[in-house]
Design a protein around this ligand. Sequence first.
Ligand code: WQD
Length: 320
Amino acid sequence: MTWLVTGGAGYIGAHVVRALVHDGAPVVVLDDLSTGDASRVDPGATFVAGSVLDGDLVARVLRDHEVRGVVHIAAKKQVGESVADPLLYYRENVAGLVTLLEGCRGQGVDRFVFSSSAATYGLPDVELVDEDTPGIPLSPYGESKLIGEWLLRDCAAAYDLRVMSLRYFNVAGAASPELGDPGVFNLIPLVFQALAAGQRPKVFGADYPTPDGTCIRDYVHVDDLAAAHLTAARALESGVPGTTYNIGRGKGSSVLDVLRMVGEVTGTDLTYDVVDRRAGDPARVVAAVDRIRDGLGFTAQRDLRDMVDSAWAGWQAQHP
Ligand code: WQD
């Protein structure tokens, strides 16, 4: 059966397309190329340029390619930008999802994998965040993802639709250098950028209630994330009911752990500046990963070294 991957020309989407194609699935990609790059799309997939907000195009793609399932990754994903321009996020992430779902309903597409986020949890005050931890997102970005989950839950209850919502934790790394993250918004690329500019990376606060005082996150390799999508898609194909899953490793790394790893991988004697806390940063966000392990048999395989190593190769390929 053919899968539509929206946002399949982006950093995460291109990895998901690659995983599906390598597993033998027919794939069509819909991407508006606002941040994506068509050259990232695996040659085994069909590429269509356009937006999920274009209902006629969505219906045509679903019909012409006999799509039976959708992996919806196309979205805006910058927290700060979402605070500055919430309507952009509600249009792209919420209205885009509604348009796509209307298309699915019209064409009888009944399997849906949704790109959600740990940003739906806000400031979780627990050692490990499980999927039932109540979420109070701190930004329009996180809200747009939680609203997406609610929309999908309601549609799954009302219509013939099964949904897997995947809450990504901190995604890093690359399956191959040319698929490296082109965005410089998250910790690891920001550290590479500082190194390349001969500057010291910034640590946002070292007075958190954590063992080394810096924030702890659950970093997960993008190739593991792609494998999780493949597992979820195949499970929907074989009739497994939909639910919500965390996608992380269940292991926390502090900002200083990440800096140390970057130092080792790049062979740099890395020094850094501790600056003020960044507003809204939780001290610790680490996934409970039992549900997807027990439900779908999925466990992330790649460690922090793998992530930093492959992200560095990607950085060097893109900044020769
Ligand atoms: C990681 C840690 C920073 C930069 C965000 C979104 C989340 C998800 C992933 C999409 C934090 C610290 C960072 C720097 C630093 N996105 N840091 N110096 O904020 O955990 O998560 O991206 O779904 O929804 O909120 O990721 O990479 O920005 O930060 O010390 O220069 O690194 O304070 O503790 P974050 P991040």
